[in-house]
Write a protein that binds this ligand. Structure first.
Ligand code: SAM
Ligand code: SF4
Length: 489
């Protein structure tokens, strides 16, 4: 308790001297939604066209334009929005889907968020903080399944402070197996002070992710009790500002959908992205749109619960709204919905082979084990089964980690995404990492479709558009065949 008390005091001091202006204007958000109620067909089609041209110029939609899409009611117009989402994704990133796995490393938490299985008042949680040995076992199991990219997740607790987080990232990168190693560790952890961010940056983390959960202050204060660290709205709202100031240049935003009105939240997330661009000239690297799921203590019955139909709309609008930002879909959703969203919403990243119980990968846990999980997940397909579903649709699965290792982060990454040229790196690296996966891990079906259909399809695309790059990739693929690992550009 004294750790939390001391920290809360420091957080309040920070809030009092905060140098940033609040970018969530409640009245303005409501006014954008009000002005665009029942939009005409023409106004929706105009915004869709604008979004498509924006995608090639790296420009976001305005709040008013985004509100027009959010207020669309006509089914046929929604189909046009879905088509545009798929088009934009393909123009910016190509038809590749980047795969990662979440790893929950420590679940004790001093906070008491109403929706979360790890909340301090939930006696049903089995509290686990992985030590080095158990963490290495988890990483071994993930490497054996073919994973190269992780997002590491932590509760907020003195046991999992910035020094522990830094140590675990070091441990993860340190595990080496014959078939390779983890090449990128992203982080989802509670907001920190700048010096703490610098501590974890030293370990070479990829993206740093903090979800605001809800931008609606009143709701935020209702679900995050006063007196807890997470109860401090402003501290969390500027978590990514502090991270960018401390030099972490890939940051990621998200909303936990189901806490408040989804149209309000999408517009608020846009304001967050606009403010990061304005202050740091770096927009969010990714946007996430998790929905509240069942936990070992709750099944939130919120008046704002988001339906399957609406989560598809949310993801598609986000793709049109911020064309250069990656979008992340997770295994919270059921397989059929995930497949539909990948098809319709221009999703660029998703998890595969997901197991979110602390210590669950090494134990080969099947299905949910709620006392060790933050919430229940809906998609239990393993990595290979998930890849099979992607390649049957002609998509290119990718384990690419090259950008951040080649220094393409923050200001160096954004122009590539904004000018829709990043695909010329995503596709070659997707081919190379998929080839490595096929060589080392693929089932018979994945190998057959991968080698006969997918790799030739994307190589043809490269030969047609970028013959010199195609030649380099051919050479690197030969290297992979003769036993080299980790070939990328
Ligand atoms: N403790 C850190 C924090 O609060 O930032 C890490 C967050 S948590 C381990 C990762 C995310 O899971 C949260 O930010 C929240 O959006 C989401 N989450 C929490 N409870 C959830 C639930 N019941 N269903 C779905 N997602 C949930
Ligand atoms: Fe703790 Fe995060 Fe869960 Fe809140 S959402 S109880 S801060 S782990």
């Amino acid at each position: 308790m004294s750790w939390a008390k001391e920290r809360l005091k420091k957080i309040k001091e920070w809030e009092e001297s905060c140098e940033y202006d609040d970018f969530i204007d409640d009245d303005a958000i409501r006014s954008f939604l009000k002005q665009t109620e029942q939009p005409s067909e023409k106004s929706v089609l105009d915004v869709i066209e604008k979004a498509k041209t924006n995608a090639l110029k790296g420009v976001m939609l305005s709040p008013l334009e985004t509100a027009t899409l959010l207020n669309t009611t006509d089914k046929a117009l929604w189909e046009e929005i879905f088509k545009a989402a798929a088009y934009i994704k393909e123009e910016v990133y190509g038809n590749r889907i980047v795969l990662f796995s979440p790893i929950y490393i420590s679940n004790p938490c001093v906070n008491n968020c109403s929706y979360c299985g790890f909340k301090s008042s939930n006696r049903a949680t089995v509290k686990i903080t992985l030590d080095d040995e158990n963490l290495e076992r988890e990483i071994g199991a993930l490497l054996n399944a073919g994973q190269k990219r992780l997002i590491a997740v932590y509760g907020e607790h003195p046991k999992s402070d910035s020094t522990y987080i830094a140590k675990t990232v070091r441990t993860i990168y340190g595990v080496k197996k014959d078939k390779g190693e983890i090449r990128r560790v992203n982080i989802n952890a509670a907001p920190m002070f700048e010096e703490e961010y610098r501590e974890i940056k030293m370990e070479g983390i990829g993206t740093y992710q903090v979800f605001q959960e809800t931008y609606h202050k009143e709701t935020y204060e209702k679900v995050h009790p006063k007196g807890t660290l997470k109860g401090e709205y402003k501290w969390r709202l500027f978590a990514l500002h502090r991270a960018l100031k401390a030099g972490l240049d890939d940051v990621a935003v998200g909303v936990l959908f189901g806490l408040y009105d989804w149209r309000y939240e999408v517009l608020a997330m846009l304001h967050h992205a606009m403010n990061l661009e304005k202050v740091f000239n770096i927009g969010p690297h990714t946007m996430s749109f998790p929905r509240i799921k069942l936990t070992s203590s709750t099944q939130d019955s919120s008046p704002y619960a988001v339906s399957d139909e609406d989560i598809v709309k949310i993801a598609a609008v986000i793709r049109l709204m911020c064309p250069f930002t990656g979008t992340i879909l997770t295994a919270r959703e059921e397989p059929h919905l995930r497949d539909e969203m990948i098809k319709k919403c221009g999703i660029s990243q998703t998890d595969a082979g997901t197991n979110i119980g602390v210590g669950a990968y090494a134990k080969k846990q099947q299905g949910n084990d709620l006392p060790k999980q933050q919430f229940a997940i809906g998609d239990h397909r393993d990595i290979d089964a998930f890849i099979l579903s992607l390649i049957k649709e002609g998509r290119l699965p990718s384990f690419c980690t090259s950008c951040y290792r080649e220094g393409r982060t923050g200001c160096n990454f954004m122009p590539l995404a904004k000018h829709a040229t990043i695909k010329y790196l995503c596709i070659p690296n997707g081919i190379l990492t998929f080839k490595e996966y096929i060589r080392d891990y693929a089932s018979k079906d994945v190998k057959e479709i991968g080698e006969r259909v997918i790799i030739p399809k994307y190589m043809d695309m490269l030969h047609e558009n970028l013959p010199q790059v195609a030649a380099v990739v051919e050479k690197m693929m030969a290297g992979l065949e003769s036993g080299k690992n980790d070939c990328h550009i």
